[in-house]
Design a protein around this ligand. Structure first.
Ligand code: SF4
Length: 352
């Protein structure tokens, strides 16, 4: 079998045609592509710590952390380094191999940057992979983070360029592309995706996927989020997306970016087991697990374990020193640990 070519020349018309394929044909095609690059029965599992919550100056219309909306979210200042390191250490003890840290900022300030860099160094020194989402980065900031040892940076495009102004007005689409460019130039891996169900149409979903796949290099990780409607945000009342259109988006992301991890992210708590299984069949192979995804509820970690078991799915092995059995055990320990720690949020997202 010839492997699907990695392409960067997708057109919106071509992607629309994929999104409109008969459902069974599309999912079959996506699953076939998926098997060329990945074990179909493995799903990568990540955890995320919010290092600074709420009071964000940006106006992303879906986000409960925006200071523009009153959602009753409890704000938290930047966590002390020692607390972050302690959480990272405990997570490692429980089997985590990557530690993701998210802050609700427009971009890291001069004042905060030294703390953030120290956090990266300290977490890295524990032998963990590091990932952060801190908002926009200029070239210098990206370089400093890379030098400190940051492996991944998350920064989402959210939607198509055409629909973007309906969702965010405080930063431009080009600002986001510039940050992604700075992250790449600094040599870090990119985590970048979007949110479905914000009132966008099929052409917008195609437009977002084209933007992602036509980047000079595909993001290593592509989170596909389903909008979580939070009371107090402007998108609270938006119409629901047809769940099959969400699965279609996952399938087309898999076909267009065959070697990337496609992450089933925010919104998973509103999906039943059958819907999640369909997403895995369509090529999703990464999730966040736990009680919360930054600030939105996420399916209980224990339920995730049961779902994995029922579907015969194994957590992707990240550390060669662990046997599969040890890794499953470590995941179980991590789940138990997280259920007792309010600061951990099992689950992606993303979107600072
Ligand atoms: S998505 Fe990120 S940048 Fe936008 S308001 Fe929320 S925390 Fe701020």
């Amino acid at each position: 079998m010839t492997a699907t070519a990695i392409r960067h020349d997708w057109t919106v018309a071509e992607v629309r045609a994929l999104l409109e394929m008969p459902f069974n044909d599309l999912v079959f095609k996506a699953q076939s592509v998926h098997r060329e690059h990945f074990d179909p029965n493995e799903v990568q599992v990540s955890t995320l710590l919010s290092i600074k919550t709420g009071a964000c100056p940006e106006d992303c219309k879906y986000c409960p952390q925006s200071g523009h909306y009153n959602t009753g979210l409890e704000k938290e200042k930047l966590l002390e380094i020692e607390k972050v390191v302690a959480e990272a250490h405990a997570a490692k003890e429980k089997g985590a191999s990557r530690f993701c840290m998210g802050a609700a900022w427009r971009s890291p300030s001069k004042k905060d940057m030294p703390y953030v860099l120290d956090m990266v160094k300290r977490v890295k020194s524990l032998g963990l992979e590091t990932c952060m989402t801190l908002g926009m980065l200029n070239e210098d900031q990206a370089g400093e983070l890379a030098d400190a040892g940051l492996d991944y940076y998350n920064h989402n495009l959210d939607t198509s360029e055409k629909y973007y102004n309906h969702i965010i007005t405080t930063r431009t689409y080009q600002d986001r592309l510039d940050t992604l460019d700075n992250v790449r130039k600094a040599g870090m891996k990119v985590c970048c995706g979007g949110i479905m169900g914000m009132g966008e149409d099929l052409a917008d979903r195609a437009g977002l996927l084209v933007q992602l796949a036509n980047l000079p290099q595909h993001p290593e990780s592509v989170p596909v989020n389903m909008l979580v409607k939070v009371e107090g945000t402007p998108l609270d009342q938006v119409d629901d997306l047809d769940p099959f259109d969400f699965v279609r988006t996952i399938a087309v992301a898999r076909i267009m970016m065959p070697a990337s991890h496609v992450r089933l992210s925010a919104g998973r708590e509103n999906m039943n087991d059958q819907m999640q299984a369909l997403c895995f069949l369509a090529g999703a192979n990464s999730i966040f697990y736990g009680e919360k995804l930054l600030t939105t509820a996420n399916p209980e970690a224990d339920h995730d374990r049961q779902l994995f078991k029922r579907l015969g799915i194994r957590p992707e092995q990240r550390e060669q020193s662990h046997t599969e059995e040890e890794h499953v055990e470590a995941l179980a320990d991590a789940v138990e640990y997280e259920q007792t720690r309010h600061m951990f949020y099992d689950a992606t997202r993303e979107s600072a």
